[in-house]
Write a protein that binds this ligand. Structure first.
Ligand code: TXA
Ligand code: MG
Length: 333
């Protein structure tokens, strides 16, 4: 398959492709998505094949107008309504009880459906012009970090999809917050740019899913049970006060192994092959994490130490992705 890589001035041909059952990669405010017509099971099949994704992992349906929810959701709970009004369009995915005509291929047979109204302008134009609702997982090969720059999309999916739109976006850098509002409770299944604190301002009893607090509980968000977001290199998270973290990493580094450090703030390490600064706060860390992991791989690094400290807010989402990327290889100092 020949993939057409286009810029945002040619959204129209990509939109036609979606309408005709093809696959299109597009930027969003979180990460790049790999889209297909949500109501066309043959088109959905192409997503699973392109990504090499297990088919028991359901997809998010992207819409370009709040009223599109009515095509997908059987009912909208009062809490859902509040979150839609406050945070849409934006990096928030809501789980609703699904209508019967939503294909099983999208929901992996669940009786719920995940819906997101993205704020990225290219994403919105593409969905609107296509005239269909767009099922889209992150545009990476299954298991590798979600792409936040076009170059990383191309290296994973060139030759496997019809179109890649090279656009701007991915300011957040981690996938959307997934919130179950299908029942009486409001539960965050996957942390992201819309934090628990932000949601609690409007729904005080909203909470994190048990699987996010206690690592041993099986998470309800099916995608979170897979090994995920991983670089090819071995990744070790070193967690604690900055000074202790840096002492520990320094003591472990030696020239015999091509090791890299993902630092939290500017750092110097004598024996590191490559140091990438993830930033000075958790928003920056989120924005840089996935592209940094991919850069270490590109540069041939085989062992990465990530400096980290537990924080609330965006720190919850960073911790979730970082721990998974490290396969829970965490050292507390
Ligand atoms: O920011 C994002 O959400 C990106 C962009 C492209 O929009 N998309 C994304 O999709 O991250 P994906 O497929 O990589 O992750 C979707 C997550 C998975 O963990 C999946 O298990 C969960 O949402 N999910 C989808 N439908 C669900 C449902 N009905 N109930 C619970 N979790 C669901
Ligand atoms: Mg994904």
């Amino acid at each position: 398959m020949i993939t057409k890589i286009i810029d945002t001035s040619d959204i129209e041909s990509a939109a036609k492709c979606l309408k005709n059952g093809g696959t299109v990669v597009f930027p969003t405010e979180t990460v790049y998505g790999l889209g297909a017509d949500a109501f066309n099971p043959d088109a959905i099949e192409k997503i699973y094949i392109a990504k090499g994704r297990p088919s028991d992992n359901p997809l998010i349906v992207h819409i370009s107008d709040i009223s599109d929810v009515s095509f997908l959701a059987r009912s909208i709970t009062p809490n859902a309504k509040i979150l839609m009004e406050i945070f849409w369009p934006g990096p928030l995915t809501l789980i609703f009880k699904k209508k019967d005509n939503v294909p099983d291929k999208v929901t992996a047979g669940l009786d719920t459906v995940a819906v997101r109204y993205p704020s990225n302008e290219t994403a919105r134009k593409l969905i609107k012009q296509s005239g269909v609702l767009v099922a889209a997982p992150s545009a990476n090969l299954s298991g590798s970090p979600s792409p936040t720059i076009c170059e990383d999309v191309v290296s994973d999916l060139n030759g496997r999809v019809d179109y890649i739109i090279d656009g701007t976006g991915c300011e957040i850098g981690l996938e959307s917050t997934v919130v179950d509002v299908s029942g009486n409770e409001t539960v965050i299944l996957r942390p992201g740019g819309i934090t628990l604190e932000m949601i609690k301002e409007y729904i005080p009893n909203a909470k994190l899913d048990g699987g996010l607090i206690d690592e041993k509980t099986i998470p309800k968000c099916p995608g979170l049970k897979y090994k995920h977001y991983s670089p090819k290199a071995e990744l070790i998270v070193v967690q604690g006060e900055r000074e202790n973290v840096r002492k520990y990493i320094s003591s472990k580094l030696n020239k015999s192994r091509k090791a890299g450090v993902l630092s939290y703030g500017e750092a110097e390490y004598e024996n590191a092959e490559l140091i990438i600064n993830a930033g000075n706060n958790m928003e920056e860390y989120a924005h840089n994490l996935f592209s940094a992991l991919r850069t270490f791989d590109k540069k041939g690094i085989t062992l990465i130490y990530a400096e980290f400290n537990i924080e609330d807010g965006m720190g919850v989402a960073v911790r979730n992705r970082l721990y998974k990327a490290a396969n829970h290889n965490i050292i507390e100092v």
